[in-house]
Design a protein around this ligand. Sequence first.
Ligand code: F3S
Length: 415
Amino acid sequence: MYLTKEEEKILAGEEGETLQKAMGILAALGDIYEADSLIPIRSAQISGVSYKTIGDAGLEWISDLKGTVKVPSVLNPAGMDTEDRERLNIDPHFAEKQIEIINVFRSLGIRPQCTCTPYYLKGFDISFGDHLAWGESSAVSFANSVLGARTNREGGPSAISAALIGKTPNYGLHLAENRKPTVVIRTEMPLSGADFGALGYLAGKIAGSGVPYFEMTDIKGRSGSGDGAGMIVPGKDELKALGAAMAASGAVALYHIRGVTPEACRKDFEAPSGDRETEIVTIERKDLDGVYESAFTESGESVPTDLVTVGCPHCSAEELREIASLLEGKTVVKEFWIFTSREVAGDNADLVRKIEESGAKVVCDTCMVVSPAADRFSCVRVNSGKAYAYVPGMCGAGAVFGTLKSCVDDATGKR
Ligand code: F3S
């Protein structure tokens, strides 16, 4: 990879050990992936924040870093609510280590906002075509697909390095030629709410690490017409759920939807069709129905749910409103955790209060997957395709996928 004179000096250690280390990581990645050069980034989102995932080795690695990031940077969810460890019964030793990790990141000038929905944060704006270095897979998918920005899925060290240098190697999804669809996925049925998580769960397995192009129409036979009749236009939260699930069941970091997502609307690539070599797969209602209510445990056995969680990815204000409305006048009979960012919770304190009147807990900075809190439960009901894919492996608990209403019904003893 070509380095400018200034970049070479950094690599030679003329600006200190931390930047030398960061430049070394970026240069190595650039060489491996045959990037032509480094390109400036607008922001970074650092993954590898939870003590559950990085442990002492990760803490030691970041503790050696000095200096200040060059671009606005935030964190992925941590292993606990950073202001209230007792909220989910986090062990004091874990909490101490987690706070140490956050403080190291803070000392590097990284905003200690721990969220997988950084696109909701004020002052963290993203525009079409921006180059980013983001780490969390659902955030990467949303940035690429819904916002039309460009980011690879960065690991913890590469995202920190990019933040410290203010640049990233120009390869992968930063290049237009890698953003073209590789598979067409058709759905010809009405879709709403959790359907998008179920669809993403199935589509991720089909697309793998490719770039799916969705044709979503409400009635069978309309997909091929290409005239937009009966086209389904998902909401922002539905797009978020779709991308998150595909990133977990597969490794999808970018998707397009005909007539919906920005690059598909701009026709930045030739729309795939049956007469070209792109594979076309149809997902039907019976396929989605197979995801709902089926238990997914490591051992394959079915166990009753003892925990309900929503907010994977972190809830938007609209989702908090819907949860508050569904919980109105009800009392939960089992643990019900709702995950969101501290900023969204703070901006919607009235909704948080209404939700918590039911006994449910609105928890910030973390989630059921990256926190050790869910590890003590046997089976978790979720409304997220991503959580459905990850909970068994990451928490050692079973998972059941259902609608948001089914989550509220389960938590309030109505199922
Ligand atoms: Fe976010 Fe955790 Fe889900 S990081 S996308 S809430 S697994």
